[in-house]
Write a protein that binds this ligand. Structure first.
Ligand code: GDP
Length: 694
């Protein structure tokens, strides 16, 4: 028969996880009593341990849903707070402290909270019971307590002592029962006294005759009767407690009660009075079981109804698509790895080559600008001879020019090869990979999951960082030979010439576009011309600026002068680029024999050689390794190493998935509960048939 209560308490726990629906709960025993009525002592006597918060300052501010689980074969006694995840607590002092903390966390101005604390206690000495301890009724409000406290407690208690719950009304024997707040409250909600058990505590404080009279009270007759208890042993050293510490107090109480009640004939067997904690426990078990059994049918129906709702939602909203946090994660991960594979097939040596060449083209342009193209600017007052494309450069060095040009080219190509190509190329490719990964994440399901986003980004950055470290050094070694000697073949020369022509053309376009934008900003071509010619005159020394020109000069504001300088720079750059384009295209640059006068072509050819070495190396070392390691690292970070809680948290980050998961979970749980209920009802029917015969 006890099976039934145990099972139903289990089901009660399951239903609690489904949600706080009032129709969806099985009955419990609700304990009420005024402060100091001995309520805590009764509960502790049932549990066998001191574990409830103590103190004068209203320490119970939240309901405590106490589930007692009988574990006949176990020795250990322990408690668990399912919502806190603290694990098994074998020290009842710690349970007491935790309860105290949880209660004191309710702000004083809120008085009480109706959010219950769930506590389970497992022990071979407790019966299977589900009890709810409520804040004690207060008679007078204390100085530091809000006035509405009394009302709030009453409200809270009334909410809990509704049918089908059983009311355990605690009153002290030394207080007139007519004044018992607990009995008054229960009478209000259960006027016919059908589901109230009266407990009279402190029986030792009144004489036996009066005590016996209390237990057979006729004024508020209870169908379930009254039970008299003495939940405190008369010790002198410790007035409150039987034995402090973790020891079980059940037997001490029973012994004390036995001594007391057997010494008074008023409580003898013929009296048919119910006394003692042991009897109280039995009664509670019996009543709870009866009540649970009686509400099986209605609860089943309520669950059936909820299940229909959940099933309907699952069908209409989610097309009955099954989902679990694991499957969602696994699918998301697969999809991401698939898109990564797609990317890795498209991003290979050719793409690396383009990236690197572009980067080195820019480096070549910078070198040229620094070492060659600034030369004519030194003497801008002299008009650039347009007819001869090379003269602008060559005429600056009329004497010994070949030697100078030779030195210049050698140092320029050395500057290029000693640029730190190893590190530059590696970081360009690593950055590109990272950018692509970021793009893949944004386009994936993971985009709405901060946790996963971070895990993936961290995976790729850490792999790329690790790989880059060695690779950039090794690549630097690979290009080492070019630092000493560079041979350019004819076909390489031709290719370089072609490529650099395009680079110069592109650069020319960029400069022209920038010049045009500047012109618009400055207010037209005429304005640009005026400002530019003023700047030219300043440069050539024809005009001397007063001061630093911060406040403007020549009738132009300083902002305009600043833009003017940019315009002059771009104009000169455009001139040079046009000139050099002509030079590169000229016959002279068609052959590598004239390489010293065609630095653009030569440097391009060098850049091309460096690129070829680097792309081969990076393809083999960086790409292949990254493509191999990254998916495995993803598995490690988002697959195996995650706990169930982390997987759940991940999936629930997406509100859509969270709702989907909730419906599925609710549906599964309700189905499970319903199956359990059905088997219980069968069990109950069987027990009735056979039990009655016994
Ligand atoms: P609560 O405020 O209703 O939880 O009451 P407690 O359980 O804390 O008890 C109030 C006081 O009454 C404490 O000092 C207890 O030691 C004492 N007390 C509780 N039960 C008994 C009893 O059966 N006999 C005697 N003499 N004192 C008791």
């Amino acid at each position: 028969m006890m099976m039934l209560t145990k099972k139903m308490i289990e089901i009660r726990g399951l239903l609690q996880t489904v949600g706080q629906s009032e129709t969806l709960s099985l009955p419990s025993i609700v304990v009420i009593g005024s402060q100091s009525s001995g309520k805590s002592s009764v509960l502790e006597a049932i549990v066998g341990h001191e574990f409830l918060p103590k103190g004068s300052n209203m320490v119970t501010r939240r309901p405590i849903e106490l589930t007692l689980v009988n574990t006949p074969d176990a020795h250990a006694e322990y408690g668990e707070f399912p919502a806190l995840g603290l694990g098994k607590i074998t020290d009842f002092g710690q349970i007491q402290r935790t309860l105290t903390d949880l209660n004191l966390a309710v702000p004083v101005q809120d008085c009480v909270s109706d959010d219950p604390i769930q506590l389970r206690i497992y022990s071979p000495n407790v019966p299977d019971l589900s009890l709810i301890d409520l804040p004690g009724y207060i008679q007078v409000t204390g100085r530091d307590q809000p006035i509405e406290l009394k009302e709030k407690i009453t409200e809270l208690c009334e909410k809990y002592i509704r049918a089908p719950n059983v009311i355990l009304a605690i009153s002290a024997a030394d207080v007139d029962l007519a004044n018992s707040t607990a009995l008054r409250a229960s009478r209000k909600m259960d006027p016919r006294g059908e589901r109230t058990i009266g407990v009279i505590t402190k029986m030792d404080l009144v004489d036996a005759e009066r005590g016996a009279a209390l237990l057979s009270d006729k004024k508020y007759a209870l169908r379930l009767g009254y039970v008299g208890v003495v939940c405190r042993a008369p010790t002198t050293s410790s007035p409150r407690l039987f034995n402090r510490g973790n020891g079980n107090i059940t037997s001490a109480i029973t012994k004390n009660e036995n001594t007391y009640f057997s010494s008074h004939p008023e409580f003898g067997a013929e009296s048919h009075l119910d006394v003692g904690t042991k009897n109280l426990k039995k009664k509670l078990m019996h009543v709870l079981e009866q009540t649970m059994a009686a509400s099986l049918k209605t609860t089943s129906e309520a669950i059936q109804h909820e299940l229909e709702n959940a099933t309907y939602e699952f069908k209409v909203q989610y097309n009955e698509r099954p989902i679990s946090a694991e499957s969602y994660l696994a699918e998301s991960l697969d999809a991401f790895k698939h898109s990564f594979r797609g990317f890795s097939e498209q991003f290979g040596r050719q793409q690396v080559r383009e990236l690197l060449k572009h980067e080195l083209d820019q480096q070549v342009l910078n070198l040229l600008a620094q070492r060659y193209w600034n030369r004519p600017f030194e003497d801008l007052s002299r008009p650039l001879p347009e007819r001869d494309p090379l003269s602008g450069l060559m005429k600056a060095d009329p004497e010994g020019e070949d030697e100078i040009w030779q030195i210049k080219l050698d140092s320029s190509s050395a500057a290029l090869t000693k640029l730190g190509v190893g590190r530059l190329a590696t970081s360009v490719v690593a950055n590109a990979l990272q950018t692509h990964i970021d793009r893949l994440i944004s386009a994936s399901r993971f985009s709405s999951h901060p946790f996963a986003r971070q895990a993936i980004t961290e995976a790729s950055t850490s792999i790329l960082k690790d790989l880059s470290y060695d690779i950039s050094d090794e690549l630097e070694i690979c290009i080492k030979p070019y630092k000493y000697r560079i041979e350019v073949e004819d076909n390489e020369w031709a290719k370089g010439r072609q490529n650099v022509t395009n680079v110069l053309k592109d650069e020319l376009k960029v400069c022209e576009l920038a010049a045009k934008q500047l012109e618009e900003q400055m207010g037209g071509r005429k304005k640009v011309k005026d400002v530019s010619s003023f700047i030219d005159r300043v440069r050539s020394g024809q005009v001397v600026l007063e001061g630093d020109g911060v406040g403007g000069a020549g009738g132009f504001s300083s902002a305009l002068l600043q833009k003017g300088r940019e315009a002059v720079f771009l104009r000169d750059r455009v001139d040079v680029l046009k000139m050099r384009l002509l030079a590169v295209k000229s016959k002279q640059c068609a052959s590598k024999k004239n390489k010293y006068h065609c630095p653009e072509v030569f440097l391009d050819a060098v850049a091309d050689k460096l690129t070829t070495t680097a792309d081969l190396f990076l393809d083999a070392e960086l790409l292949s390794k990254f493509y191999y390691i990254f998916p495995r690292e993803l598995d490690a970070r988002l697959g195996r190493s995650l706990s169930q809680a982390e997987i759940d948290r991940f999936a629930r980050e997406d509100p859509k998935i969270r709702r989907h998961l909730d419906v599925v979970r609710r549906k599964d749980l309700l189905e499970h509960v319903l199956r359990e209920m059905d088997s219980l009802r069968q069990l109950e029917a069987r027990e009735k048939r056979y039990g009655n015969k016994k």
